[in-house]
Design a protein around this ligand. Structure first.
Ligand code: NAI
Length: 219
């Protein structure tokens, strides 16, 4: 695959949002959009939007704006949305089940194939129609089933060990919900950590701020 120019992480992190907004416009049959309109809808300055989108070839045209469909497809391609991914979920507890049951991931090309759990009582059951296997079967499973992405929804105690089994088995991407920083070989695997509690704390920070603006004397 041809190496693309490295795009700054901050830009990449805004991409899924652009993708969502553009998808929304497409659904509403809107064919083009200016950076000013996107700016109003998204609360990002127009110049930031132009700068961001320039990383992807600058598809905007003076006086026309952006072709929504072209931009949507291009951002989708950059985000890897033009492919399907086989996904396994490690840890078939509350969170693992919730992720597996969320059918929109499936629609977007992330195809769950199986779950794994260290609790033998769960082996042989199904979650949303997907089989749950004993975690000890993971190395063999990976030998026989090409797997793109593993979702780690287990406590942090077993996370590092499991990540090693996954990368040794050829899994190159881990969506990590365990509250531990995984040390993966850079050239072999990528990881994105998800901390729902971080975003919840940002919410309570904002709530505190809002309330102190309402009642300044209390702060
Ligand atoms: P849970 O207790 O319902 O499920 C955990 C499952 O993992 C259990 O079925 C257990 O048998 C299994 N398990 C434990 N060690 C394993 C291993 N080494 N290999 C395979 N399976 C293993 O817990 P829940 O609510 O699903 O949460 C899972 C983890 O995710 C917890 O550690 C929790 O702290 C974390 N979490 C993280 C969030 C985030 O935003 N990052 C949000 C919620 C939970």
């Amino acid at each position: 695959m041809m190496k693309e120019k490295k795009v700054p992480t901050a830009v990449i992190q805004r991409m899924p949002r652009y993708y969502r907004y553009l998808g929304d416009l497409l659904e509403r049959g809107i064919a083009r959009v200016s950076s000013a309109q996107l700016s109003r809808r998204m609360g990002i300055t127009a110049s930031q939007i132009r700068q961001d989108l320039n990383h992807f070839g600058g598809f905007g045209q003076q006086g026309y704006g952006y072709n929504v469909e072209v931009l949507y497809n291009e951002i989708g391609r950059i985000l890897g949305q033009d492919q399907e991914y086989s996904v396994i979920v490690i840890g078939a507890g509350n969170l693992g089940q919730a992720v597996s049951k969320y059918t929109n991931f499936n629609k977007r090309g992330y195809k769950v194939t199986a779950l794994f759990d260290s609790n033998p009582a769960l082996a042989g059951t199904t979650v949303a129609g997907y089989p749950v296997f004993d975690a000890r079967e993971l190395p063999d499973y990976l030998k026989e089933n090409h797997t793109d992405i593993a979702v780690l929804t287990i406590p942090k105690a077993g996370a590092a060990e499991t990540a090693k089994i996954l990368t040794d088995g050829g899994v190159q991407a881990i969506w990590n919900f365990a509250s531990i920083d995984l040390d993966l070989p850079d050239d072999k695997a990528v990881v994105v950590n998800v901390h729902l509690s971080d975003s919840l704390r940002v919410l309570s920070y904002k709530l505190r701020e809002l309330r102190s603006e309402e009642n300044p004397e209390e702060d």
